[in-house]
Ligand binder design. Structure first.
Ligand code: PGA
Length: 254
């Protein structure tokens, strides 16, 4: 972490929790994180629960995020959700390009770029996910893969665009597996991403962009990961489904 960047801890609930379960979770979380201002706290429930969670977090220090967003304003895109529809229900952040979307739903850097730009054009802040697969890491391609994803996903971004964006580095082999990248492994890739941002947007801007780590972040490894100079927060899956665990990660950041 770096004092110039406010850490951001986001919980990706994926396809877990009904609305009733989500409200119970967020009510428990509210009590655990009350008064914390040194870290941004975001929860990303499944789309159908957004209105219920938005109502439950009213007046708290928890913000709402969605798990995806479409690039068009409206249209014949069955199953997709437009930016304004998310904003209507209090959404401020939106995850784009999560590895599960890339792996199981065919999302590409070009599509991620369109989704991120549409989010920004509508006042939503994208959390742009990048990360290599295990075979890519073992083949020594981590740097090339991540750099390609960053360049592709951020193509055509202005300085204002990147300043409103969060990048999440999530090595695919660490997601939901219990295998975390070591703090040094994670820091290495975060530093690479920041060097790329420096090349694209200049050092001043790159120094302000937050880069989250994701992949089996838990209360017992959060502090060490967040202690790395270029890790500015966490995107948390499994551990975000338990209020006490997620709150412990928030506290490690704050
Ligand atoms: P995990 O998921 O914390 O369960 O590994 C992280 C993510 O997919 O964002």
């Amino acid at each position: 972490m770096n004092p110039n960047r406010k850490p951001i801890i986001a919980g990706n609930w994926k396809m877990y929790k009904t609305s009733a379960e989500g409200v119970a979770l967020v009510n428990a979380l509210k009590a655990e994180v009350a008064g914390i201002t040194k870290a941004e706290i975001v929860v990303c429930p499944t789309a159908i629960s957004l209105p219920a969670i938005n109502a439950a977090i009213a007046g708290s220090n928890i913000q709402l995020g969605s798990q995806n967003v479409h690039w068009e304003k409206e249209g014949a895109f069955t199953g997709e959700i437009a930016p304004a529809m998310l904003k209507e229900h209090g959404v401020r952040y939106t995850i784009v390009g999560h590895s599960e979307r890339r792996q199981f739903f065919g999302e590409t850097d070009a599509g991620v770029n369109k989704r991120a730009k549409a989010a920004l054009a509508n006042g939503l802040r994208p959390i742009v996910c990048v990360g290599e697969m295990l075979a890519e890491r073992e083949a020594g391609k981590t740097e090339a893969v991540v750099a390609g994803q960053v360049r592709g996903s951020l193509a055509g971004f202005s300085k204002d665009d990147i300043l409103a964006t969060v990048i999440a580095y999530e090595p695919v082999w660490a997601i939901g597996t219990g295998k975390t990248a070591s703090p040094a492994q994670a820091q290495e890739v975060h530093a690479l991403i920041r060097r790329l941002l420096t090349e694209l947007f200049g050092a001043d801007v790159a120094g302000k962009v937050r880069i989250q780590y994701g992949g089996s972040v838990k209360p017992d490894n959060a502090k060490e990961l967040l202690g790395q100079p270029d890790i500015d927060g966490a995107l948390v899956g499994g551990a975000s489904l338990k209020a006490a665990d997620f709150a412990a990660i928030v506290k490690a950041a704050a």
